[in-house]
Ligand binder design. Structure first.
Ligand SMILES: [Zn+2]
Length: 502
């Protein structure tokens, strides 16, 4: 009898997981480039472990038989309606997506409904109905069952893996829905201060373009002496200064951006309390502030983006995890000079830049260095291929900035471009790769300044001071104060001595 019950339980959960794999979890893997046999094997093991951990949670849930039989099919169908987008468009379930679902108007939501989506949902609903009808008399779980112990092991697997490798499961379906919903409701960890007084500037015709890069290390630019020509175009620009010794202690976007774009210093202990956004100050001085981004919203800098008077995220539902993400040049479709308008302006272009997975950041005409990586699994690629793929993104960046500069040259305004990467990247130093690993190699981001002839004519001293500082070792604290200095901001206290133009 006991044996029969156990058999029923196993059958029930096995078929349930087949359905879950087909409708939900495989969507998280299907867009990965596997490359090698080893890469395939690793991701298959990852998939099995993910299901083993899910088995743990679901088995425990199923101990509450009645609630489980009612709630599980509903949750299942809701999740499949999201996994449809991951399957078909490689959309990423992130905070931005959860926000869109929870805050979007019904009429916009209706626009996203397609025949295929309805079919997919109907099919998954049908499967659930049949499944629970077929197993309606079957024994599905019990605390006394040996499967209960295995379930405990499954739940432990989740916590062990998450502890060992940050976000290993949390980024995949269905876990990402749960964790990003929690993140959405979490309070922001940065509190922006208002600026109450009127702020002034005696300038009226300057356009500052701030390009925020991603994962670009200074020493891989040929402008800074890198042996490979990663700056074929920028090296021809005469008004371009590269600062090779900029440092930040922060090695991932969510930490570094709030520091770069506010008055927070890298030495501040209470980093996220009471910060002033650069844009809040500039708004007060009647600057037009505009943000055009190619990265999805992160809680830690969402409010800073929102402190711009105009903001646009060009591809908000494809995060860096997606292989269909827009390339950075698409940012420029939304960027214009507005020469006819009188007044000052700051435009911020936030790039996806050189974020892993490198190949997806560029179009094939920038694939100069070969061979390149073919798998998302790091360890199946050679060091040479990894660096080639990374360097290709720098050639793309070289072109991107060059296009912006050529555009700015045509402006009648006094234009300045500041490019700063949020942090660097570790490329095999001490066996480490990518960033967010607290390695020195990822703490020296690339930084460039380009200025128009118009600007130099009006502010020769600022340019001379800036050129004199190009070999200085500075921290990312410089940005906030330098931009305010560039805009000749008055009646707001900032540290002019930190400005590179002073
Ligand atoms: Zn970053």
């Amino acid at each position: 009898m006991e044996k029969l019950k156990l058999k029923q339980e196993i059958k029930f959960h096995f078929v349930l997981h087949i359905l879950m794999a087909a409708f939900i979890t495989i969507a998280s893997y299907v867009h990965l480039p596997f490359g090698s046999f080893k890469g395939n094997l690793i991701y298959f093991a990852h998939f099995l472990l993910l299901h083993f951990s899910l088995f743990g949670f679901i088995y425990i849930f199923s101990l509450f038989h009645k609630i489980f039989r009612v709630l599980f099919p509903i949750i299942f169908v809701m999740v499949t309606s999201l996994s449809f987008w991951v399957y078909t468009q490689d959309l990423t379930i992130g905070v931005g997506m959860i926000q869109a679902i929870l805050e979007t108007n019904l009429d916009i939501a209706i626009d996203t409904i397609s025949f295929q989506l309805i079919l997919f949902i109907l099919f998954s609903t049908g499967c659930m109905v049949l499944f629970f009808r077929f197993y309606r008399k079957s024994k599905i779980s019990s605390i006394k069952s040996p499967l209960f112990l295995i379930a405990i092991l499954g739940v432990s697997t989740f916590f062990i893996i998450e502890n060992y490798k940050f976000d290993a499961f949390k980024n995949r379906l269905p876990y990402n829905i749960y964790f990003n919903t929690i993140k959405y409701f979490d309070k922001p960890n940065i509190q922006l201060k208002e600026v109450h007084q009127q702020v002034f500037t005696n300038e009226e015709n300057v356009h500052i373009v701030l390009v925020v890069g991603e994962s670009v290390r200074a020493d891989h630019l040929s402008l800074n002496g890198y042996a490979r020509n990663t700056n074929p175009l920028l090296s021809q620009q005469k008004n371009l200064i590269s600062f090779s010794k900029v440092f930040t202690p922060f090695t991932f976007t969510a930490q570094s951006l709030p520091q770069i774009l506010t008055d927070i210093s890298i030495d501040d202990k209470e980093r996220y309390k009471d910060a002033t956004s650069l844009y809040t100050v500039l708004n007060k001085a009647s600057f037009a502030t505009e943000w055009i981004g190619n990265q999805s919203l992160e809680k830690s800098y969402k409010d800073i983006i929102y402190s711009n008077t105009s903001k646009l995220i060009i591809d908000q539902f494809h995060s860096f995890l997606s292989f269909k993400k827009e390339k950075d040049l698409a940012l420029l479709d939304h960027f214009s000079l507005d020469d006819s308008l009188v007044g000052n302006k700051i435009s911020t272009l936030h790039m996806i830049g050189s974020h892993w997975y490198y190949n997806t950041r560029i179009t094939s005409d920038f694939g100069h260095f070969r061979p390149i990586i073919t798998s998302k699994y790091l360890y199946s690629s050679t060091k040479e291929a990894l660096i080639n793929s990374y360097d290709n993104t720098l050639v793309y960046l070289d072109n991107f900035l060059n296009v912006v500069i050529e555009k700015l040259k045509k402006s009648s305004k006094k234009t300045v471009l500041i490019y700063i990467s949020d942090h660097g990247e570790t490329l095999g130093e001490d066996g480490k790769w990518l960033h967010a690993q607290e390695h020195e190699a990822s703490k020296n981001p690339a930084m460039l300044v380009w200025f128009s002839d118009n600007f130099e004519k009006r502010y020769p001293l600022k340019i001379r001071q800036m050129k004199a500082k190009k070999k200085d070792s500075i921290t990312t604290d410089f940005l906030f104060h330098s931009v305010l200095d560039l805009g000749n901001i008055e009646n707001f206290k900032y540290q002019k001595e930190q400005s590179i133009f002073n």
